[in-house]
Design a protein. Structure first.
Lengths: 365, 280, 315
């Protein structure tokens, strides 16, 4: 029913521009895998290589263990959901869904039955004979999913299909996609620049930048143990301090900055020669009125934004630079007033010293 | 405000004068078809008659040239629609210098006088015939050469129409169909061609009318055959009778009815489309 | 080519290429090349073709420079020809007259239609525009030859204009209207006017009305608004219309044949003579080639002058 996808040192060149650089990853059968990265990072190119619209300049794409090099897009066991959905505007809903069956020469009655069945699966019964132009954004989304499922693909490829929807619908469709994926057990490869989407839906996430795969891992790992500065700052917020690492001991090291010297955990591959920075997540920092030693910076509260379940506090240090702290609202503690002088403190264990640079080679998963 | 009103009044007047200028000659021509005077004119009015229509319908040469015109027009549609469509699809997938060069070559016949197209077509096919030492009818002047000559520039009209329509085509639709397992011919038949049908239909209509009214290319390539335009031309030159006016009136009536039918159908389609999209 | 293959596969790409190649090679390029080649060869009896006399020369082109005679120029609205102080070969005279009066036709067509284009695009009640267009386009639906024929009747010696004027007592004897180039220009304008109106209308129509209002709001008088705002915007449409009208006028055979007299010939008529009266296809080719060069030059001049691309003109 579903198949794994192996990318084996895959690269794609457009003229002199290398859009994808030696990407290695093994996606398991039935897995929900997301490629996360900013626009232009090469994630769409990867998707188009898997679907067959782009031929890799180096490396191999294997689906279910079979090399796809000579297999044309219309012969691959994949179904792609396009960013703009690419529904056929001149066909009614059911013909859209049944198109993949039609081109395989399947009987009209069978096609119609299958289309109606899929429409029920995506929760759109009674829409079979509607025109595409009559559907709302969310309905189009469902038709596109049904159309892709109709050909019983072993791998579904989704190119930011939710980006055109409004926030509420997007959150609803996230859950729905996840349900459909679990129900059909098809391998999903999902492309997005939205970290929330990737973290919420995926079994594993691959973070990309400038054509290279930066890190592959389960969502918590990506968030809590980013492999480098890019991953840390692309996924979630950070207070970032420039400086130099000092001597290390049991994975903890001193980090010298112009605001003082702090202790923090060394990230993977960081030595005293690596250009690196210190990253502290806002929810891992605290504000305290008491005198503090260790990792502490004297600040003045600049702005407090109360969001309900949590609050975001902006604090200004003596040089006027802003630091951010996020606190959970436990219903008891009161928020500090603007202008109050406090200390910004953080644990050495939760602060990370991470390499700036994207590593020179794509990292194996 | 006063000033604007005065200038608008001038514009309205000019519009009316202009309309009269465009339409009165046709009224004169049509009216003369009913005047019982040897020379086609509406003034002086000799008396109402239908004899020019009767004469026209008894004219075997007219019927023959009418038939020839239809044959040539159908041939031109059959040649230029596939060519123009293929050329538009081809050029749409090209870029850079190749595209500009091909585009230039394709529109060149539109910017070439009909006489030049006619003469070069005639000479070329004759040359092939004499080069091969064959004396077949294909290589000498005749209506088939008229059709080929006309198609050489009418294909460009079809190409331009289809190319314009292709600009609004979302090419991810092609990829989506391929991705769902369609073969290239299935993509063509089910996705691309249906999108292009309005342009292809308009192209076919334009090709047909352009062919029917063509004179310059036909004159040089027709050989001994007549089409309707050539027939009218030779009639006018050899001493006119109001039968030409009768023919003109019929053609005007047919084209006006056709134009109105086309326009109302187009508007109805537009309304229907709007009605479908509205509820979404 | 690569993209074509990827989008449509081998068989369809081959089909498109074959159809396009058939068009461009067999219907366009090779006939033009052959026309060009033939124009340098002498007109010979069939038996001598390919023989020792069949050599390339410029003789066919030089034919245009024979028979010098007094240059009679029929200016518009004149009843007598202007005798120019130079002698010129007859065919050169005809060629120059064709250029001159085709250009004049083009300019007049623009002057006559620009107010209409502006009126339809910006002044007329939008509800009436479709009806106005339907009326304006009636002559367009009627073929070129019938449009010319209508004027042939109107201007005929025994036509309604003469009878009308005699009836009104304005003139005593019928006037021979079809003399000189007056009737030709009149006919050419009427027959090809709409090819100017449509592109100019489309161009003016696409201008945002706010721009006109902004110009007026800034105190620009009406003529300056037209000169600085509307005309520059309409440039591609004017270029397109001018090229079409000029080409159709210079290449017209119908209108000059029907509406001209023997003292006002058109270059296409000379070509026709060579082809079918003298049966000299070689000289005919040379003349046809000259006409083609003329049109090409005109198109390039317009493109340069209006700074527009070929794709703006071919619309």
């Amino acid at each position: 029913m579903s198949a794994g996808v192996d990318l084996d040192a895959v690269s794609a060149d457009f003229g002199k521009f290398r859009a994808v650089d030696r990407v290695n990853v093994s996606i398991q059968p039935g897995e929900f895998f997301s490629f996360l990265g900013p626009s232009g990072c090469g994630k769409t190119t990867i998707l188009r290589m898997v679907s067959g619209f782009i031929t890799p300049s180096e490396g191999a794409v294997r689906i279910g263990g079979q090399d796809m090099r000579t297999i044309r897009p219309n012969q691959r066991p994949t179904a792609l959901i396009f960013q703009n959905l690419a529904l056929f505007p001149l066909m009614p809903v059911w013909e859209n869904i049944a198109f993949g069956l039609e081109v395989r020469g399947i009987d009209k009655q069978v096609r119609r039955r299958k289309a109606e069945e899929l429409l029920r699966l995506v929760d759109l019964p009674d829409s079979a004979d509607k025109a595409i132009a009559q559907l709302s954004g969310g309905q189009k989304q469902r038709v596109a999913i049904a159309r892709a499922l109709a050909v019983e693909p072993k791998v579904m490829l989704l190119d930011e299909p939710l980006s055109a929807l409004d926030l509420k619908l997007r959150q609803h469709m996230r859950a729905e996609l996840r349900t459909i994926q679990k129900r059909t057990n098809v391998t999903f490869i999902y492309i997005t620049h939205d970290q929330g989407e990737a973290l919420a839906m995926s079994d594993r996430v691959g973070v990309m930048s400038q054509g290279r795969l930066q890190q592959v891992g389960v969502p918590q790992e990506i968030y809590n143990h980013p492999a480098n500065g890019f991953v840390a700052s692309f996924v979630g917020e950070n207070n970032i301090f420039a400086g130099k690492p000092g001597a290390a001991d049991k994975g903890l090291a001193r980090f010298e900055t112009d605001r003082g010297s702090f202790t923090a955990r060394l990230g993977p591959g960081v030595s005293s020669q690596t250009p690196c920075k210190l990253y502290v997540r806002p929810e891992h920092a605290r504000l305290t009125a008491e005198a503090a030693s260790g990792n502490a910076i004297a600040v003045e509260i600049a702005d407090v934004a109360f969001e309900g379940n949590f609050a975001t506090i902006q604090a200004r240090d003596s040089d006027g630079r802003m630091l951010m702290v996020e606190t959970r609202n436990d219903g008891a503690a009161s928020l500090p007033a603007t202008g109050r002088k406090m200390n910004f403190v953080f644990d050495a264990e939760r602060a990370l010293i991470l390499a700036d640079d994207v590593p020179a080679h794509g990292r194996a998963a | 405000m006063n000033n604007a009103n005065r200038s608008n009044w001038l514009f309205h007047t000019y519009m009316i004068v202009f309309l009269a200028y465009m339409l009165l000659p046709l009224v004169v021509m049509g009216g003369a078809a009913f005047n019982d005077s040897r020379f086609p004119s509406i003034y002086p009015w000799v008396g109402f008659t239908d004899r020019w229509f009767v004469e026209l319908f008894q004219d075997g040469r007219m019927w023959l040239s009418f038939r020839n015109t239809i044959f040539v027009a159908i041939a031109v549609v059959a040649i230029s629609v596939p060519i123009g469509t293929a050329a538009a699809i081809l050029i749409n997938s090209l870029g850079g210098t190749t595209r500009s060069l091909l585009y230039g070559l394709m529109v060149a016949p539109v910017l070439t006088p009909g006489a030049v197209i006619g003469i070069s077509t005639l000479l070329f096919w004759n040359k092939i015939g004499s080069g091969l030492g064959l004396n077949w009818w294909v290589f000498s002047a005749g209506l088939h050469l008229s059709a080929l000559g006309q198609a050489s520039f009418i294909s460009a009209f079809v190409m331009l129409l289809v190319l314009a329509r292709l600009q609004s085509f979302d090419r991810t639709l092609e990829e989506a169909a391929l991705d769902l397992g369609a073969s290239y011919t299935q993509v063509m038949r089910r996705i691309l061609l249906p999108h292009l049908y309005p342009a292809i239909g308009a192209g076919a209509a334009i090709a047909f009318f352009q062919s029917v009214e063509n004179f310059n290319v036909t004159l040089f390539t027709k050989g001994t055959y007549d089409t309707l335009t050539v027939y009218v031309f030779s009639k006018v030159r050899s001493g006119i009778t109001p039968t030409i006016n009768a023919l003109a009136l019929i053609l005007i009536a047919v084209t006006i009815v056709g134009a109105i039918w086309y326009e109302t159908r187009r508007r109805r389609n537009e309304r229907r489309l709007a009605a479908i999209v509205e509820p979404a | 080519m690569n993209e074509l293959l990827r989008r449509y596969g081998m068989p369809l790409t081959a089909l498109f290429s074959v159809l396009t190649a058939f068009w461009l090679l067999i219907l366009v390029i090779l006939p033009y090349i052959y026309l060009f080649e033939e124009s340098f060869r002498p007109y010979l009896p069939v038996t001598e073709v390919g023989g020792p006399n069949d050599t390339y020369s410029l003789n066919n082109y030089l034919a245009a420079f024979k028979q010098p005679s007094d240059w009679k120029l029929w200016l518009p609205l004149a009843w007598q020809p202007l005798i120019m102080p130079v002698q010129a070969p007859i065919h050169v005279q005809v060629f120059v007259h064709t250029i001159l009066f085709s250009s004049l036709t083009t300019v007049l067509a623009f002057v006559l239609t620009y107010p209409i284009a502006y009126y339809l695009a910006k002044i007329a009640n939008p509800k009436n525009v479709p009806v106005l267009f339907l009326l304006l386009l009636v002559p367009m639906w009627v073929s070129e030859i019938l449009r010319a024929f209508a004027w042939f009747i109107i201007l005929a010696l025994k036509g309604p204009v003469n009878y009308g004027l005699i009836g009104l007592g304005v003139i005593a004897d019928p006037i021979r209207w079809m003399t000189g180039y007056n009737s030709v220009i009149l006919g050419l304008i009427y027959v090809y006017l709409l090819f100017m109106l449509l592109p100019v209308y489309n161009a003016v129509q696409s201008l945002d009305t706010n721009q006109i209002e902004a110009a007026e709001d800034l105190g620009s008088p009406w003529w300056r608004t037209h000169w600085r705002v509307i005309l520059p915007h309409a440039k591609p449409g004017i270029a397109s219309g001018s090229v079409t009208v000029f080409m159709l006028a210079a290449g017209s055979i119908l209108v000059p044949t029907l509406l001209a007299s023997t003292n006002s010939r058109w270059f296409t008529e000379v070509i026709y003579q060579w082809m079918f009266e003298s049966q000299d296809w070689n000289t005919g080719s040379a003349y046809a080639f000259m006409l083609m060069i003329l049109c090409t030059v005109f198109v390039s001049v317009v493109m340069r002058l209006f700074k527009v691309k070929l794709s703006d003109i071919a619309k």
